[in-house]
Design a protein around this ligand. Structure first.
Ligand SMILES: O=C(O)CCC(=O)C(=O)O
Ligand SMILES: [Fe+2]
Length: 366
C-alpha cells in the first residue's frame, strides 16, 4: 500500500527555490513516488511499474522533468512571474474577469469567494483560470487583462508541453489497462474542445494566530493535473482509516502529477483521485506569499463520465449500481462553481450536493 512506500521526496535534491526558507524537516510528508520523465519516455519497464503503482495507490506522484521537460520547466518559471504580476492588478480590474454569472469557471475568482467546508468557512486564496481552447484559438476569446494577453505565446507553449505530459500519462494507462489503442488519448485531444485550463493561484501569508485552510479539501474534477509548487502547503490524505493529512514537499525541477475524478469514473475506482487541500505553508515558509501554477486536463466536453467497458482489468459495477449520465462539461461546471457563495449562498456549504469521486476512490480502504 502506498503509505508503506519509502517517501522518495527524502532522497531528492534539497530545495533551492529562490530565497524561500526551507521546507521544514519535522512535518509529516506524503509518500509520493518520484518518477523520471526521461525513463517513462524510454518505456523503462521498472519505471512504468512504479508509475502504475502510483496511479492506483495514491493517485499522486512527482515527475522529474529534467532533460525532456526542460522547456516546460522554463515556461513554468516565467509563468510564476506572470502570476505575481497578474495578482498585483487592482481588485476592481481583476473582478471584471470573474465570469461566474456567465456560468463559466474561466477567469478570476476573488479571495474568499468559495466555501471550504461544511461549516461555511471561506477560502484564503485568489486564482485565475485561463482556457486552453481560448489560447489555442479554437473557442471565442474571453476578455483578459493585458498582462495575460501579452503572454499568449508563452501560455500556448506551456499548454502544449503540459498537454504532452498528460498524453504520455494517458498512453501509459491505456496500455496498462489494455484498452483499445488510443481510447484515453482520443478523449483528451489537444485540439478537442475541453475545459482544460492553466490556473494561477496566490495565497498571501495568514495571521500567525489564525491560520486556516486556504483551499478546501477536494478531488480534482478532470483527468490529469500537472502542478508546480514552490512553497509547501499542499496536503494529501493518504488512503487508510486512520490516515492523517501529509504535506507534499515541493521539489525543484519536478512537477506534481495527480489524477482526477474522470479517471476514477472511467476505471470504476481502479485508479485513484486523491483528496487534497492547501493550508498555510509549514514552518518559516508561512510568512511568504504562496503562488502555484497548475495545468488541469479534462476529458473533451461531450465525453460521458462512465465506466469504460473495453478492458477486463476495470472492475464491474455493483449489481444494483446505475451510473449518472453526465458529460465532462457539465460535471466540471457543477464541481467548479458549486461552492461559490455568491451563486449558491447557504447551499454552497452542502458538500454532498456536488460530490466528486471521494467515496469510490476511498472505498477499498474504508
Ligand atoms: O496550490 C496547490 O498546490 C494545489 C491547488 C489545487 O489543488 C487545485 O487548484 O485544485
Ligand atoms: Fe486540486
Amino acid at each position: 500500500m502506498a503509505s508503506q512506500t519509502v517517501p522518495e521526496a527524502l532522497t531528492a535534491p534539497t530545495q533551492t527555490f529562490d530565497d524561500a526558507p526551507p521546507f521544514p524537516e519535522d512535518v509529516p510528508t506524503a509518500p509520493l513516488l518520484r518518477l523520471s520523465l526521461a525513463r517513462l519516455l524510454d518505456r523503462d519497464t521498472q519505471e512504468i511499474d512504479r508509475f502504475v503503482r502510483a496511479c492506483e495507490d495514491l493517485g499522486f506522484f512527482y515527475l522529474d522533468l529534467t532533460g525532456p521537460g526542460d522547456s516546460l520547466l522554463a515556461d513554468a518559471d516565467q509563468l510564476f512571474e506572470v502570476g505575481s504580476e497578474l495578482f498585483e492588478l487592482p481588485l476592481e480590474e481583476k473582478r471584471k474577469y470573474d465570469f461566474m454569472h456567465k456560468n463559466s469557471y474561466f477567469g478570476y475568482k476573488g479571495y474568499g469567494a468559495n466555501v471550504v467546508d461544511r461549516s461555511g468557512n471561506l477560502d484564503r486564496n485568489e486564482f485565475y483560470n485561463v482556457s486552453k481552447d481560448d489560447i489555442l484559438g479554437i473557442s471565442d476569446p474571453w476578455p483578459a487583462p493585458g498582462v495575460l494577453d501579452a503572454r499568449r505565446p508563452l501560455l500556448k507553449s506551456f499548454i502544449s508541453s503540459a498537454h504532452g505530459i498528460v498524453t504520455l500519462v494517458l498512453e501509459l494507462l491505456n496500455d496498462h489497462l489494455k484498452l483499445p489503442p488510443k481510447t484515453l488519448q482520443d478523449m483528451h485531444r489537444l485540439e478537442g474542445h475541453s475545459g482544460d485550463q492553466v490556473r494561477f493561484i496566490k495565497a498571501p501569508p495568514q495571521p500567525r494566530d489564525d491560520r486556516r485552510t486556504a483551499l478546501g479539501e477536494h478531488t480534482d474534477f478532470g483527468s490529469v493535473t500537472v502542478l508546480f509548487n514552490r512553497l509547501g502547503g499542499l496536503q494529501v490524505l493518504p488512503p487508510g482509516r486512520d490516515a492523517q493529512w501529509c504535506y507534499v514537499k515541493p521539489l525543484p525541477n519536478h512537477a506534481i502529477i495527480n489524477l482526477g475524478d474522470a479517471m476514477v469514473k472511467f476505471t470504476n475506482g481502479l485508479l485513484r483521485s486523491n483528496i487534497h487541500r492547501v493550508v498555510a505553508p509549514p514552518g518559516q515558509q508561512a510568512d511568504r506569499t504562496r503562488y502555484s501554477l497548475v495545468y488541469f486536463n479534462r476529458p473533451e466536453d461531450d465525453v460521458l463520465l462512465k465506466r469504460l467497458d473495453a478492458s477486463d482489468l476495470i472492475p464491474p459495477l455493483d449489481a444494483d449500481e446505475v451510473e449518472e449520465e453526465i458529460n465532462s462539461k457539465d460535471w466540471i461546471i457543477r464541481r467548479a462553481l458549486g461552492h461559490r457563495i455568491a451563486i449558491f449562498g447557504k447551499e454552497a456549504f452542502d458538500y454532498d450536493r456536488i460530490k466528486g469521486t471521494e467515496d469510490k476512490s476511498q472505498r477499498a480502504y474504508l
